[in-house]
Design a protein around this ligand. Structure first.
Ligand SMILES: Cc1cc2nc3c(=O)[nH]c(=O)nc-3n(C[C@H](O)[C@H](O)[C@H](O)COP(=O)(O)OP(=O)(O)OC[C@H]3O[C@@H](n4cnc5c(N)ncnc54)[C@H](O)[C@@H]3O)c2cc1C
Ligand SMILES: *[C@@H]1O[C@H](CO)[C@@H](O)[C@H](O)[C@H]1NC(C)=O
Ligand SMILES: *[C@@H]1O[C@H](CO)[C@@H](O)[C@H](O)[C@H]1NC(C)=O
Ligand SMILES: *[C@@H]1O[C@H](CO)[C@@H](O)[C@H](O)[C@H]1NC(C)=O
Length: 500
């Protein structure tokens, strides 16, 4: 008995040593620039890590949601930015569940690929016919595609386990290496077209299916890195979904749940400010200057999270007085215009002469300069509306187009026999992925400044930004408390096997 007591005392006193040894108090203030899915999920994860006493401010110069946004057409609302979510996007899934939102499963569209003269590929309503048709036209290419995508997705999904065990990465290179070694990180340095040729896909399949899918998802062709290529191709998997009421609701709910303070204003500059306290300690803070509709403001923060592309055309933040200077990465973002139309599609424009059965509900286009849209898809509102209210006997339906430029009335007049409401939104949508190899921007811009959107140069998607936000939350936490054991560990796949 006495021995047990002694042991208990020993344990308690060593616990006390551990507890009193805590070397550093938590940061008092964290600033996040940008209230898109990256910034708002960063707020949520930072709150989980740093606890309730830290003040978290989110600056937003536009509208909460950023590239998640809806347009109104004839009284209903439609996704105009990030729209579809993959069934294995686990952070997005968890947000919806934990924040009391509802997932809306998206109907499977019947795809047609149009080359300017005819449909080079067309799905039918019949499941069996589709399989026969795919094998007839492309042999094993569709099967090979799902294997290729699955392999990459499976490796990428290791990130969820790493993050569950609190591991983080200080660069994209180290994250991708930890996910699947050299072979996986080389995905960022290989073009999609190279990767697919090496994997044995036929050129016809690449031209008819892969290129058109890249055009709808990223407004560019197959000279992108092969990782973003795989992310893009995964949109053909079944089970895609969206958030009832609009995907942007995730962002506003994340702000509420994280108890962060939203500041409507544009951050104009960040500057390091070092001062010595009375007790002789060095305190490093960052001074953030911003502009609101009521004038200029300024405040000091321990940690800064940049959750917007650092592209002059998008964010215009000056990093002042840093040595070495903090680069702003002015590599271009691609312009994409989303147009939503309530109208009757002009089937004869797509070579379907009257009387014709226009079976497709989603049209992708091949790489042909003649096309002024990269895709046209029949869509539903973000909240349920009975089908009978959306399409009537004269064939009025809701269609969404993506195009590089605003569509003119003449162009709409070609695509539609007649139409009523039109809504449009112009984006600097995603990185212009140039030929790999490519050096990705850093995650760490300074010892206390972290960049969520560097990951967009690997691939831009809602889930990918949430993955990066969680990484940045973990990384900033471990670095604040000097816990190197949870940063840039490379053998995690092996080590965590036993933890499953
Ligand atoms: C047309 C389109 C379709 C897409 N489709 C899909 C899809 O189907 N599925 C998918 O997963 N992804 C899709 N994406 C990509 C996805 O939308 C983005 O990857 C994601 O929303 C990016 O989120 P973010 O928070 O990183 O950036 P953003 O949403 O761009 O957020 C950044 C925010 O920062 C604000 N900001 C910028 N500078 C400042 C400043 N100086 N001060 C204060 N605030 C500032 C901006 O106003 C903005 O709100 C699509 C994107 C577009 C444009
Ligand atoms: C429909 O498409 C055809 C073929 O491109 C075109 O001639 C016609 O002007 C378009 N518009 C209407 C309203 O039919
Ligand atoms: C179908 O809807 C359009 C647009 O609202 C309208 O112009 C047209 O008259 C409607 N047709 C019928 C048969 O209701
Ligand atoms: C890709 O290549 C560039 C240039 O050769 C190199 O700097 C970068 O680290 C490589 N990236 C990866 C993920 O291997």
């Amino acid at each position: 008995m006495q021995q047990i007591l002694l042991i208990a005392v020993a344990i308690l006193s060593s616990l006390q040593v551990i507890l009193t040894q805590e070397p550093r108090s938590p940061p008092s203030k964290i600033a996040i620039v940008g209230a898109g899915i990256g910034g708002t999920s960063a707020a949520y994860f930072l709150r989980q890590k740093f606890g309730k006493d830290v003040r978290i401010d989110i600056f937003e110069k536009g509208v909460v949601g950023g590239r998640l946004s809806t347009v109104e057409v004839d009284g209903n609302h439609y996704e105009a930015g990030g729209s579809i979510i993959h069934p294995l996007n686990l952070h997005m899934k968890a947000f919806v569940k934990d924040l009391g939102l509802t997932a809306l499963s998206l109907p499977k569209n019947q795809l047609g690929v149009y080359n300017g003269d005819e449909f080079v590929f067309q799905e039918s309503e019949c499941f069996l016919m589709n399989i026969i048709n795919k094998v007839w036209k492309y042999g094993m290419n569709f099967l090979r595609l799902s294997m290729w995508v699955e392999d990459i997705l499976e490796k990428f999904m290791r990130i969820y386990q790493y993050q569950r065990f609190d591991y983080s990465f200080s660069s994209m290179e180290s994250m991708f290496h930890a996910l699947g070694g050299k072979d996986f990180s080389s995905k960022l340095n290989t073009t999609l077209s190279e990767a697919m040729q090496n994997y044995g896909f036929s050129q016809k399949f690449i031209d008819d299916i892969v290129t058109p899918t890249m055009r709808i998802n990223y407004g560019q062709g197959v000279e992108v890195n092969s990782f973003v290529g795989a992310v893009s191709m995964s949109c053909l998997d079944p089970g895609q979904w969206a958030v009832e009421g609009g995907n942007k609701l995730v962002c506003s709910r994340l702000i509420d749940a994280s108890e962060a303070q939203l500041i409507q204003g544009s951050v104009t500059s960040v500057q390091e400010n070092v001062h010595i306290t009375k007790s002789g300690d060095t305190v490093r803070l960052y001074e953030v200057r911003y502009q609101t509709s009521n004038g200029a403001g300024q405040d000091f923060y321990d940690i800064i999270i940049i959750a917007t592309p650092l592209n002059k055309a998008i964010s215009k933040i000056e990093f002042q007085g840093f040595n070495p200077p903090i680069e702003t990465f002015s590599k271009p973002y691609i312009q994409v215009v989303t147009t939503v139309v309530h109208g009757k599609i002009n089937a004869s424009f797509f070579g379907c002469s009257k009387p014709c059965h226009f079976g497709v509900s989603e049209i992708f286009t091949t790489d042909n300069p003649k096309h002024f849209v990269s895709s046209i898809s029949r869509i539903s509102p973000v909240t349920f509306v009975p089908e009978s209210h959306l399409s009537n006997s004269s064939g009025y339906e809701i269609w969404r187009m993506f195009s590089p430029e605003l569509l003119t009335d003449d162009q709409l007049g070609l695509l539609f026999e007649s139409y009523e409401g039109v809504g449009a939104k112009k984006w600097l949508a995603y990185p212009q992925y140039t030929n790999a190899p490519e050096k990705l921007p850093p995650i760490m811009l300074h010892h206390g400044i972290y960049y969520v959107n560097s990951i967009e140069w690997a691939a831009s998607a809602m889930e990918i930004c949430a993955v990066s936000a969680k990484n940045v939350a973990l990384l900033s936490y471990h670095r604040w408390y000097d816990m190197d054991t949870h940063v840039d560990q490379d053998d995690l796949a092996e080590r965590l096997k036993s933890e499953l």
